[in-house]
Design a protein around this ligand. Structure first.
Ligand code: ATP
Ligand code: MG
Length: 278
């Protein structure tokens, strides 16, 4: 079972969209997947789960119940969800570090019933997020392809490095995924910059900007059901494939040519990266 936390301190960077879409794409490949919504904003729950006013996984986090008892079906075969609850804000305020440790234990006690557990974290390295990061083996950092997002990437990568050297040495190097990539020169420069600074951590898959994601959330369907033939869906299918490959390719092998080069290459404009190489 591979446990992957989706984190970035910056709000609106594409965490929930990535967690929901990649979880659905993995389930579509026949890999049973559990999506855990750790964000009290409960955006992933609103997307996939039935509305409810219960306390969410709180009892699991204080150790009086198993997390399994919070697992719910979704309309997607092979995809299940643990919904969050706004109530976790209060729990975090009162329990502090105890909640973080509770999250870690609840995740560690989870039965090996799924191929993937994807955890959608809140936009902060709060106790909830750190609890998830202590139990996870892998981290995805979605980054909006905009210059304003870049300083935050260095900070979160630094935090992951600190976790690797302290609380969780088993944590793999994080995978940075450029999201909301449009065909502007600005987006291209941001990806070049990510490649220059964090090259070995950057996923070869990039996620294009598409209104389909907002539409899918509104329709309460993952992109794989709402727009299965769209480019937006293709991107997350490719990310799912990259995650699957990563198990085998982790560490030893050189990265393939990043896919964003092909995307921008299609515009017919000369590629400054190629020019630089010449
Ligand atoms: N690839 C994309 N193309 C277009 N819109 C996107 C894309 N990814 C995310 N969005 C939109 O950006 C907004 C924020 O995305 P999302 O909720 O996934 O971010 P988040 O990091 O989970 O936010 P928060 O920090 O608040 O939890 C949403 O309205 C979503 O529809
Ligand atoms: Mg979110």
């Amino acid at each position: 079972m591979r446990t992957i936390a989706v984190v970035n301190r910056k709000g609106g960077s594409g965490k929930t969209t990535t967690a929901v879409s990649v979880a659905a794409a993995l389930a579509e490949r026949g890999l049973s997947t559990l999506l855990i919504d750790l964000d009290p904003q409960a955006s992933a729950s609103a997307w996939l789960a039935e509305p409810s006013d219960h306390h969410g996984p709180f009892e699991a986090f204080i150790g009086t119940r198993d997390l399994e008892s919070n697992v719910e079906k979704t309309g997607i075969p092979g995809l299940q969800v643990v919904p969050a609850s706004p109530w976790l804000v209060e729990a975090e305020r009162t329990l502090k570090g105890q909640l973080g440790v509770g999250v870690m234990h609840a995740l560690e006690r989870l039965g090996q019933n799924w191929a993937f557990v994807i955890i959608d974290c809140p936009p902060a390295l709060s106790y909830l997020s750190v609890g998830a990061l202590m139990a996870a083996r892998e981290v995805i950092i979605p980054v909006e392809a905009h210059s304003i997002a870049l300083p935050g990437v260095a900070a979160i990568v630094g935090e992951m490095r600190r976790l690797q050297s302290t609380l969780n040495p088993a944590l793999w190097d994080p995978l940075i995924v450029a999201c909301r990539v449009n065909r502007t020169i600005h987006a291209r420069r941001v990806i070049e910059q990510l490649d220059r600074v964090h090259g070995e951590l950057l996923a070869r898959t990039t996620i294009r900007e598409s209104i389909r994601f907002a539409e899918a959330a509104e329709a309460r369907m993952p992109i794989t059901s709402y727009a299965p033939d769209s480019g937006a869906c293709l991107d997350y299918r490719l990310l799912a494939e990259e995650l699957v490959e990563r198990e085998y390719l982790h560490a030893e092998h050189p990265r393939r040519v990043p896919r964003w080069r092909h995307i921008f290459g299609r515009s017919g404009r000369a590629d400054p990266l190629e020019r630089r190489a010449m």
